[in-house]
Write a protein that binds this ligand. Structure first.
Ligand code: CA
Length: 221
């Protein structure tokens, strides 16, 4: 999962990025509103964490522009003020959730995961897809109840596919959501990753839609 952190306070931003990475996200950072708006327009994020008080363009304007342009990723708004008019305005501008500063990082991560999950139609943090169960809190997976030994990257790949019900996902798209900017992840790396996962899970659990992409078996919309 790829997250965009929009936060101009460098210390808070570094904490957010570290916590999201520990929770299995790839996190990009934007420290001002214009950069945030641009990144949110050109990249495909699974989640954005958006501070409201930002240099160059305020957070609510960023959010309204994203929504006006049809960008529909879940957005968790952060505000230093925490008063309810901020909250109402945030939600009316298209925010999916709201957290007042100061916040507990564990709560932010729980809410962030909840937003990503619900955007894919999963109510529970345990994702059950056929014989496979992914625990999105522990970043672990079982097959027919037996724990799988997966690298963090392998887990992230299964997790991303599990959040795309009913569709085959192109290798390039998987790479975008698994690797940070500047990391060496391309289509070939994804093909190798899928091959490793098939050896661990059984080849039939990851279907190939020829010429298009990959889908978890039984991951219906
Ligand atoms: Ca700020």
């Amino acid at each position: 999962m790829r997250a965009l952190v929009v936060e101009d306070d460098a210390i808070v931003a570094a904490d957010l990025v570290a916590a999201l990475q520990a929770a299995g996200f790839v996190a990009d950072l934007a420290a001002d509103g214009e950069t945030a708006w641009f990144k949110g327009e050109v990249e495909n994020y699974d989640l954005a964490i958006l501070d409201l008080g930002l240099p160059r363009l305020d957070g609510l304007s960023v959010l309204r522009r994203w929504r006006a342009a049809g960008r529909d990723m879940p957005v968790l708004v952060l505000s230093a003020r925490g008063d309810w008019t901020d909250k109402v305005e945030g939600i009316e501008s298209g925010a999916d959730d709201y957290l007042a500063k100061p916040f507990k990082m564990a709560e932010l991560i729980a809410r962030a995961r909840g937003l990503v999950r619900r955007a894919a139609g999963h109510a529970s943090p345990l994702l059950r897809i056929g014989r496979l169960t992914l625990d999105t809190r522990r970043l672990s997976a079982t097959l027919d109840g037996a724990t799988l030994r997966l690298s963090p990257l392998e887990f992230r790949c299964l997790d991303y596919l599990a959040h795309q019900p009913g569709r085959a996902v192109p290798a390039g798209e998987i790479a975008e959501h698994l690797y940070g900017i500047g990391e060496d992840g391309d289509v070939n790396a994804i093909e190798a990753l899928i091959a490793r996962l098939r050896r661990k899970l059984g080849a039939e659990l990851i279907e190939t839609q020829r010429g298009y992409g990959y889908r978890l078996a039984g991951n219906a919309a």
